[in-house]
Design a protein around this ligand. Structure first.
Ligand code: C5P
Length: 303
């Protein structure tokens, strides 16, 4: 059946654990990570158009809409691989903060792949979408999978984690973003790493065991992010925020390569209260509420 408009929503993520090894010979770092999707979504609406055009609403209105935007690259990749002649008009509504360590750009790319695949009637399987997603960026496949997953390789080799533990988060965002490559470079500088054949120094096995056992306290105890030190070294203000949070006994974690800090509450009610409390305590931060795990990038509406 042909459609003339498709709306796809794609989730943000946090990494419950992010272990990072020395850079591989191709410059990427081997990861052992646990992704959790959040019910904070960007939307992409795809409809027929001339060429590929993109408009962005909400956060990130001043982002480029040329081929440097992952949304455009996702549509181009699909066109090229599947010999599509048609164009597409893409309207992106961004709620996931930009350059925040929550995979907002990857979510938009994932949503575009799903939306264009439907609009152009390509009927791609999840497997085909995941492999195209991996070409676009390390976090794109996870946005296509959703839920919770163990990631290795660059983060694109995924295995679902079936635990049904719900997490209620307060997200502390920064006005100024952080560049992911810059955080990885700082990681190498701090660790004294140079490129080597693939090795990983630590893994997420304890965290995954805790998730599978449903042991909430052990999950908290095994949350760790190897990019915290480099991100905090580039942004001393985050270091201060982290100290305040941990000094008060909160379970605070840097999200991905930062600068967003995710604070885990005991339940949804406590998270709602905590959001109010943290916006008073840390007026320099933006405060968002989100719960995980959440849905994958999927079609919400079509006509
Ligand atoms: O895969 P993606 O394009 O999202 O990665 C952005 C940048 O982050 C890469 O160019 C690289 O500098 C860094 N990166 C890395 N190792 C990874 C993932 C990302 O060094 N596993």
């Amino acid at each position: 059946m042909f459609v003339h408009e498709v709306l796809v929503s794609a989730p943000a993520k946090v990494n419950l654990a992010l272990r990072v090894g020395p850079p591989r010979l191709d410059g990427f770092h081997p990861l052992d990570t646990v992704f959790e999707s959040l019910d904070l979504y960007d939307d992409v609406i795809a409809s027929p158009g001339e060429g590929i055009s993109v408009t962005i609403r909400g956060l990130g209105e001043d982002l480029p809409t040329d081929e440097t935007n992952l949304v455009v690259r996702a549509a181009l990749l699909l066109k090229e691989r599947h010999g599509v002649d048609e164009g597409v008009r893409l309207e992106v509504t961004k709620r996931i903060p930009v350059a925040a360590g929550m995979a907002g750009g990857s979510a938009d790319a994932a949503a575009t792949l799903v939306a264009c695949s439907r609009l152009w009637n390509l009927n791609l399987s999840l497997h085909e979408l995941l492999s195209l997603g991996a070409e676009l960026g390390s976090d794109v496949p996870f946005s296509l999978l959703g839920g919770r997953a163990h990631g290795v390789g660059r983060g694109e080799e995924l295995e679902r984690i079936g635990s049904d533990m719900v997490h209620n988060w307060v997200l502390l965002t920064s006005e100024q973003g952080l560049s992911t490559p810059a955080v990885f470079r700082e990681f190498d500088d701090i660790m004294g790493y140079t490129r080597v054949p693939e090795t990983l120094v630590a893994d997420t096995v304890d965290l995954r065991d805790a998730l599978n056992r449903g042991d909430r306290q052990a999950v908290r105890d095994h949350m760790v992010n190897d990019l915290e030190a480099p991100a905090l070294s580039l942004r001393p203000d985050l270091h201060e925020t982290m100290q305040i949070l941990r000094g008060r006994g909160y379970c605070a974690l840097l999200s991905g390569s930062g600068p967003t800090i995710a604070v885990l509450a005991e339940d949804a009610m406590e998270a709602d209260d905590l959001a109010g409390e943290l916006s008073r305590l840390l007026p320099q931060c933006g405060v968002l509420r989100a719960d995980g795990p959440a849905r994958a990038a999927d079609i919400r509406e079509e006509k």
